[in-house]
Design a protein around this ligand. Sequence first.
Ligand SMILES: [Zn+2]
Length: 340
Amino acid sequence: MDNNLEKIQVQLQKDIDLPYDELKTKYISTNGLLTLAMKAIASIPNDQKAAYGKGINQLKNSVTELLDQKKNQSLIYSPNNRIDPTAPFDVNTPKNDRPQVWDIKGTKHPLHKEVEKLVEIFQRMGFDVMESKQMDDDYHMFESLNFPVGHPARDMYDTFWTEDGFVLPAHTSTMQNRALKQSNPPIRVVLPGRVFRHEATDASHGHTFYQMEGIYVDKGISLANMKATIKTFLEAYLETDLEVRIQPSFFPFTEPDCEFVISCPFCNKTGCSTCGHSGWIELMGCGMIHPNVLTQGGIDPEIYSGFAWGFGVDRLTMIKLAINDIRYLRDSNLNFLRQF
Ligand SMILES: [Zn+2]
């Protein structure tokens, strides 16, 4: 290496503890050591230019590397902002304060991708979209849905309450009343959102998951319309023909109350682990909206009728992506999530 370049390289080792700004001025400002050395190439004899150029590149790499390290450290250790770069990634950290080691490219979570696909299918079918609230009140969680105070069915939805009487919604049905009041029939709305249950978790139960509610209200709507609408949607989403059936269930806010069952898309009803070897999968609750719920929403049940459904997005995602444990979806295990 050229003598001059060697001197600068040695100097750089001595300057290793200088702060970022001082280093920048000393090496890469207009009169910086590296800048001047680069300009000097014009005066180097032709037969030495190639070697000099190589030396300059090495020096430049050393300077850049040191400056990058310093920049990162100044973010991590600046007095107001002591962030340990090995600490777990914290989404609340302002973007400019994040250490570079956190600077990873983000992607959408598989659940969000599925929610978007689901919403898109319903939009093509003419449905509007309203996102549900992550905290709600007793009226929307229970009363507007035909669970008066003291109704025993309230126990079916053991969820979390705040000290001042708000509730983390146990279902997206909390939005039905708002959707009914928002416009006059015909009303076609899907209501995706996050819901919460006070529940022990296992492979098929989570305390937090996504649901997607839907309602369709107009004159002369019947169970046959419900069956056809949900079947059309599921066939579009699962990209296969399905046999469907409805069987009795119980919800205070529908009458009659049904469970929507589909033929297993994986085994063609011969039985597999996804369908519990029954050939059928119980997929969601649904039914005709109870007249009391319509009345609470300002809709005259003498004139209009409608149906509603609610399914777990996590569960549907598990079926679609062949995931066998609901907890994987919330474990933040990047190796798992990156598969999708
Ligand atoms: Zn099956």
